[in-house]
Design a protein. Structure first.
Length: 591
């Protein structure tokens, strides 16, 4: 078994744990009260529908007896009764369909909002990235899995309640019809109270048992199918997002092979699901067709013995079908239940993994973070950052090499490293999104720091919102924003402050970095930490951005990376990082 599958299973809960987690999430969700009101309305409609169905079953007796007697007036009277019952059932069915859809919508709203809220807690998504397969394609779990889970939960819950009420209502009818029936075998007489009830229960249980045996693989197959569907969508999205460099490299054929491989994986899972559903259809369809004659066969001894009229026989058939339908709810919905189990496992395991990110696993070593209110600076003394929390060998992280390891307010500092030292890993640890390591990091108040990564994020929004991302700047008027755009070399965008674009596609690398630096400077941080943002930029762009950064006279500037331009402009104090080699060296650091 691969490591990713082992890690995936580590976050999976048993069915009881999955249900407790999701019920707990629902109970604290803002949509809870609306869903409960809709549930109460559905219960009222289901009870009313069951009563109307019960009256329709009773109507079978006098209607078919009138046919048997060729009684035209009574026949017409029963047609009027049928019209009233049918109209009532139609109205109730329409109302129930609307309530079903609205309830499923509210359930999806609660699920999607809860999962996105849990996912987007600061630092969690980044920590999840080291959790293996569970972190793959979170969009699938947030979008498609929540949709299927919400719709199936609503449909199955309503179906189960409806079947239970039908069972309670019509099992009494079957019992009354066959309560005193006796079988005659020559001179022997056998009395079986509620004969039709036991026959119906036996018929339904056999069908349920066979369905469970034949369809046992469906939940696992569906879960694997959804994972492969997510991989295919991710492959298509990645190719689409990177079509320009793919085209320039003439890499279409290579990408086509990747996409075809993802399609093949989906098709293989669909093939397996198709065979499983086909095998299940032998049971469900076979018992479904048999149900057309099974109640007549079961009730025929009473009818031929004269203990049951033709109308009574039709009532018995109707009651049998209702009870059988209720008892065979599991058989009829086995495929949906398998789908529900698969999505429940995927959503609950993803949610469990996210919540688990808040606390280190047993035996994991994590960095201790604390605030430096007195010194008001950054301290990284004796710090080691692990690239692999399992400490799996050489090249496994970075450590601070210098004895002096405190950065004070207002300093200019450059942190570079020896060959093989992962400076980006150190940046992530400093930003408190990668906590695995050894030692302590003292930081100033979080609200006073801004971290600018090498690959920044530009939201699809108005340009003014991008410039003031993420929380906006109340005092930033158009003149201030336009001036900043000009200073970082983006004069051409001054008149596009209200345009909504995919800015990451519209701008080149230099312009993206310029926009990120403009955003950081507009927010006037006390501490600005940059992750090699000047790497690979044009000299003119470097010059413009360094001039803008120089205006942050009261801010501490920390540049993680190598930049001769930054070195010349600010004459910073230098820190060095060393690669964290083997396990023995890590233990020496800890000692």
């Amino acid at each position: 078994m691969t490591d990713s599958k082992v890690m995936l299973q580590a976050y999976e809960l048993p069915l009881g744990g999955q249900l407790r987690m999701m019920v707990g999430a629902f109970w604290t969700a803002p949509v809870r009260n609306r869903v409960l009101v809709l549930t109460a309305a559905l219960l009222i409609v289901i009870f009313a529908t069951t009563y109307a169905t019960y009256r329709l079953n009773e109507w079978n007796g006098p209607f078919y007896d009138a046919l048997e007697r060729r009684d035209m007036p009574e026949f017409l009277n029963q047609l009027v009764v049928f019209a009233v019952i049918a109209l009532s059932l139609t109205l109730l069915n329409v109302i129930q369909t609307w309530l079903n859809q609205i309830t499923a919508m509210r359930m999806r709203e609660g699920l999607a909002r809860d999962l996105s809220d849990v996912w987007l807690v600061p630092g969690r998504a980044m920590k999840l990235s080291r959790a293996g397969a569970i972190a793959a394609n979170p969009d699938q779990r947030l979008h498609e899995d929540t949709r299927i889970l919400a719709e199936n939960t609503t449909a199955l819950a309503i179906g189960l309640v409806n079947s239970t009420i039908l069972l309670a209502s019509f099992i009494g009818v079957l019992w009354a019809i066959s309560s005193d029936f006796t079988f005659h075998f020559g001179a022997r007489t056998v009395f079986i109270p509620g004969y039709m009830v036991w026959a119906t229960v036996f018929y339904a249980l056999v069908g349920s048992w066979l369905s469970n045996v034949v369809g046992d693989r469906l939940p696992r197959l569906n879960a694997e199918r959804y994972a492969r569907e997510a991989d295919l969508r991710a492959a298509l999205m990645r190719a689409n997002e990177n079509m320009k460099p793919i085209s320039l490299a003439r890499g279409e054929a290579n990408e086509r092979e990747r996409v075809h491989l993802a399609i093949d994986n989906v098709l293989e899972m669909l093939r397996q699901v198709a065979w499983a559903l086909t095998n299940l259809t032998w049971v469900s369809a076979g018992f479904g067709w048999l149900a057309l004659v099974a109640p007549i066969i079961i009730a025929s001894p009473m009818y031929f013995s004269g203990d049951l009229s033709f109308g009574g026989l039709m009532m018995a058939v109707g009651a049998f079908n209702q009870v059988n339908q209720a008892l065979r709810w599991y058989v009829n919905n086995f495929g949906v239940i398998a789908d529900w189990r698969a999505t429940l496992t995927r959503v609950s395991s993803f949610r469990n993994a996210l919540l688990s990110m808040d606390a280190p696993a047993a035996g994991e070593k994590v960095i201790t973070y604390h605030e430096n209110p007195t010194e008001g600076g950054i301290s990284v003394c004796g710090l080691s950052v692990f690239a692999n929390p399992d400490l799996g060998g050489p090249g496994n992280g970075v450590q601070v090499r210098e004895g002096e390891c405190f950065i004070g307010q207002g300093e200019r500092v450059m942190i570079n490293g020896d060959p093989g030292a992962d400076r980006h890993l150190f940046f992530q640890a400093l930003a408190h999104i990668w906590p695995w390591g050894h030692g302590e990091i003292g930081l100033p108040p979080a609200g006073s720091m801004i971290f600018v990564p090498q690959e920044g994020y530009l939201p699809t929004a108005k340009l003014r919102d991008v410039l003031t991302y993420p929380h906006g700047l109340p005092g930033a008027d158009d003149d201030m924003l336009a001036e900043m755009l000009e200073r970082v070399g983006l004069r051409r965008l001054v008149h596009r402050l209200d345009d909504v674009e995919r800015w990451d596609r519209l701008l080149d690398k230099d312009e993206e970095v310029s926009l990120l630096v403009a955003n950081a400077v507009l927010r006037k941080p006390d501490w600005l930490v940059m992750d090699d943002v000047l790497e690979g930029l044009e000299p003119h762009t470097n010059e413009q951005l360094l001039a803008v950064l120089a205006d942050l006279t009261g801010s501490t500037l920390i540049y993680i990376g190598r930049s001769e331009d930054f070195l010349k402009k600010f004459s910073p104090r230098l820190f060095h990082l060393a690669p964290l080699a083997a396990r023995t060296e890590i233990r020496n650091v800890e000692a």
